[in-house]
Design a protein around this ligand. Structure first.
Ligand SMILES: [Zn+2]
Length: 173
């Protein structure tokens, strides 16, 4: 799939890119000067699922576009020098002021993205173990929800629904 905003120039040498067909028949960006394919892959992100009995699930209200003002999971993109596990704890701390420990993988969800073509969101369950909830970074508000509102992102909604089903199942046992 060609992204809505494909790369126009080589990120290594700055030459205009061509769109060529690979031997598998897929159209891909190619730099004739570097003589190499330029891959456009989905971008990985992480999201935190934090639950407190009686208080519900932790959400942040977004303070920046896209979807400014809407609720989402604490989340963000991975940096090159960190693992997904490190990234999710960093994002949680930056956006909510809470520290935590990883409890496990909830699910992986993806959704189309205007700029990146597709974003893959890795959802982790985190046990918050310190700090006081306060909005930071690009979050406007932080709150726990027993009945969460619809989330800003399709992938976040899938992760939250999966997580709540797990909780429900656990409580039924
Ligand atoms: Zn190049």
């Amino acid at each position: 799939m060609k992204p809505q905003y494909p790369y126009l120039f080589c990120p290594y040498c700055g030459s205009p890119l061509e769109r060529r067909r690979t031997h598998e028949g897929r159209e891909r960006a190619y730099c004739p000067r570097c003589e190499r394919w330029i891959y456009e892959n989905p971008v990985p992100a992480v999201a935190a699922l934090v639950y407190r009995p009686g208080q519900g699930v932790l959400l942040v209200r977004r303070g920046v576009p896209p979807k400014e003002g809407e609720w989402a999971l604490p989340s963000g993109f991975l940096e090159l020098d960190e693992s997904p596990e490190e990234a999710v704890l960093r994002e949680l701390a930056e956006e909510t002021g809470l520290t935590g420990v990883l409890r496990g993988l909830v699910a992986v969800a993806s959704q189309p993205s205007r700029y990146y073509g597709r974003v893959v969101v890795i959802g982790y369950e985190i046990q918050a173990d310190g700090g006081t909830p306060r909005a930071g970074d690009d979050a406007r508000e932080v709150a726990f929800f027993v009945e969460p509102p619809p989330l800003a992102f399709e992938a976040h909604q899938i992760l939250l629904d999966t997580f709540l089903q797990h909780l429900q199942h656990h409580e039924d046992l």
